[in-house]
Design a protein around this ligand. Structure first.
Ligand code: PEP
Ligand code: MN
Length: 350
């Protein structure tokens, strides 16, 4: 159920409607839009009695949302969600493309700093690096944990880059929330509902990667789990799905970008690194991704990929990243986008 407020509804009227909803034992989610505020109602088992709601002052109409996902849906919020990063000019979901670049894993301080310096110089605004790695083999490198978070904290200070890193369980979630600007929830955890709910209680952007075989609806329902707890800053990320094709690690499903944009206001990034698993495919698929009109790219870059402790074969060399930025900059205007170069953080130390 969705309560659409009148364009001129006052904050007091919006507050009163939210209180009324909460008194009924439901949860109210006020979502301000450019024209008017809509208030999503969740927690109801059946239909909410609309009569009383429609009589409250400031209410324009009460609409039934038929889709399984509600807060993630354009029915509830028509205009695109734009996530801003306070104190910087970086955003995800607006006209500017978001470029998230860095190694799969933080391996040591020197490796991380060298790559951060290169991607910052090429104009990325976000730095990625795994501290907690969900590895297929228990014998594979599992990440440096807190040490990696501290290294990324230093990188943030030094270059102004905003940090994106993955939380794999409730314990790492708390630490990641403390150190990162964006909490990544990986493909393998897309349906870890207790982790999603916990991330929903935080007030930090969450980058949710598509599950290995998730449908569009399953993907959006996972976003809904986070949003239903009151965290509306969700960024979706297509990273390829399992198919019969064996020329790539996964099949990058670029067709999900327009499909998401049709039904959801949430931003969507594309990860051509995990989506292909092959270094030589990363740049072509990155170009194609931007051409679909997605909101940005997440890409693995390594200074010595042949020695990388994880995902070396899909990590691009720094000079390939420079080329990628140049090409994406040229494609961006064709789809009414812009590629910002570098992040401006007035308070950051140089
Ligand atoms: C990653 O980004 O390094 C990662 C593990 O991604 P995914 O969850 O998409 O496999
Ligand atoms: Mn990886």
């Amino acid at each position: 159920m969705l309560v659409v407020m009148k364009a001129l509804a006052t904050p007091e009227q919006i507050h009163a409607v939210c209180e009324y909803i909460e008194q009924l034992g439901f949860r109210a989610h006020p979502l301000p839009g450019a024209q008017r505020t809509a208030i999503g109602i969740t927690g109801n088992k059946g239909e909410v009695e609309r009569g009383n709601l429609e009589d409250l002052s400031g209410v324009a109409e009460v609409i039934r949302v038929s889709k399984a996902y509600k807060l993630a849906s354009r029915d509830v919020k028509e205009e695109d969600t734009v996530i801003h990063f306070p104190g910087t000019d970086a955003s995800i979901g607006g006209r500017d493309l978001a470029i998230v670049a860095g190694p799969c894993s933080i391996e040591n301080r020197d490796q991380a700093f060298e790559i951060a310096e290169l991607v910052a110089a090429a104009g990325a605004q976000f730095f990625r690096g795994g501290a907690y790695k969900p590895r297929t083999s228990p014998y594979a490198f599992q990440g440096l944990g807190l040490e990696a978070l501290r290294i990324m904290g230093e990188i943030r200070e030094r270059y102004g880059l905003r940090i994106v890193t993955e939380a794999i369980d409730n314990e790492s979630l708390e630490l990641v929330a403390e150190w990162a600007d964006v909490i990544q929830i990986g493909a393998r955890n897309m349906q870890n509902f207790s982790l999603l709910k916990k991330a929903g209680k935080l007030r930090k952007p969450v980058l949710l990667k598509r599950g290995l075989s998730a449908t569009l609806e399953e993907f959006l329902m996972s976003a809904e789990y986070i949003m239903s707890e009151g965290n509306y800053q969700v960024i979706l990320c297509e990273r390829g799905v399992r198919t019969f094709a064996d020329h790539t690690r996964n099949t990058l499903d670029l067709s999900i970008v327009p499909a998401v944009q049709r039904v959801s206001h949430l931003p969507i990034l594309v990860d051509p690194s995990h989506g292909t698993g092959k270094r030589d495919s990363v740049l072509p698929m990155g170009r194609a991704a931007v051409a679909t009109g997605c909101d940005g790219i997440l890409v693995e870059v390594h200074n010595h990929p042949e020695k990388a402790l994880s995902d070396g074969p899909q990590s691009i060399y720094p000079d390939q990243f420079v080329r990628m930025m140049d090409e994406l900059e040229q494609i961006a205007p064709v789809v009414a986008r812009r590629l910002p170069r570098g992040i401006h953080v007035p308070a950051a130390a140089d």
